[in-house]
Design a protein around this ligand. Structure first.
Ligand code: DC
Length: 224
């Protein structure tokens, strides 16, 4: 049996930052499900597969080895044994990942892997469909949101810090596109689960969001 906190929300809503901090605070394993889709998208690029070659994309999903190893609180990511931790955040991967992850058969493979990663552990898992599809019975369900402009600004700053060279406008356009794609997936689309608590992080400092979420989690834990 696992204890699962699911955190869903669009790109830049604060999922990554929040789940890492909350994982330490509540002594939970942090699982970023976006990594699984990003590794697969990286493999699609590495293999020179076009986005209209659906069968090849699905085949690849079934045949790649994805490993995530947490070292000193950083997720080291391996694709067929090769360290791709940095590569999966590239502009090229970010540009195609939403589209590639829309394919139902790809999602089925990745969701199976995500459930396996959580097996028997106490986890805080971030994604788009954790509370609706991956773990519909999650113990605590939260949906994070923030305005489009604020999300783009955060992601732009984050890229700058990571040495990824993108303009604000480019980031904004990419997020808009990904939002649209993520909302219209056949399975696992981005939506608020009926029983999720929605938290708007627009205009909040990181500490303020942490405080809000901590309160929600503590309250919920009392009732479990
Ligand atoms: O959270 P992220 O930006 O690293 O996610 C990358 C992409 O993966 C995102 O555009 C949509 C997809 N994704 C998904 O479809 N379902 C998830 N649970 C997590 C990510």
């Amino acid at each position: 049996m696992s204890f699962v906190i699911g955190i869903d929300g669009p790109a830049g809503s604060g999922k990554g930052t929040m789940t890492k901090i909350l994982a330490r605070k509540f002594n939970l394993i942090h699982i970023d499900t976006g990594i699984t889709y990003r590794v697969h998208a990286k493999a699609v690029l590495d293999n020179g597969i076009n986005l209209d070659e659906k069968d090849k994309i699905i085949d690849l999903a079934k045949n790649i080895d994805i490993q995530i190893k947490n070292e000193d609180n950083i997720d080291k990511v391996f694709l067929n044994g090769k360290d791709v931790t940095k590569d999966i955040r590239s502009k090229e991967v970010t540009a195609i990942v939403s589209q590639v992850s829309s394919i139902k058969e790809v999602r089925l493979v990745m969701v199976e892997l995500q459930r396996k990663l959580a097996e028997g552990k106490n986890v805080i898992m971030e994604g788009r469909d954790i509370c609706t599809y991956v773990f519909p019975n999650a113990d605590i369900k939260i949906y994070l949101k923030a305005s489009l402009e604020e999300r783009a600004r955060r992601r732009y700053e984050e890229n700058k810090q990571k040495g990824i060279n993108t303009s604000y406008e480019e980031v904004l356009e990419n997020i808009k596109l990904r939002d649209e794609n993520d909302k219209h997936k056949e399975i696992g689309s981005l939506k608020v689960a009926e029983d999720s608590i929605v938290v708007d992080t627009t205009g909040l400092e990181i500490e303020q969001s942490v405080e809000k979420l901590t309160k929600i989690i503590e309250e919920k834990m009392k009732k479990l």
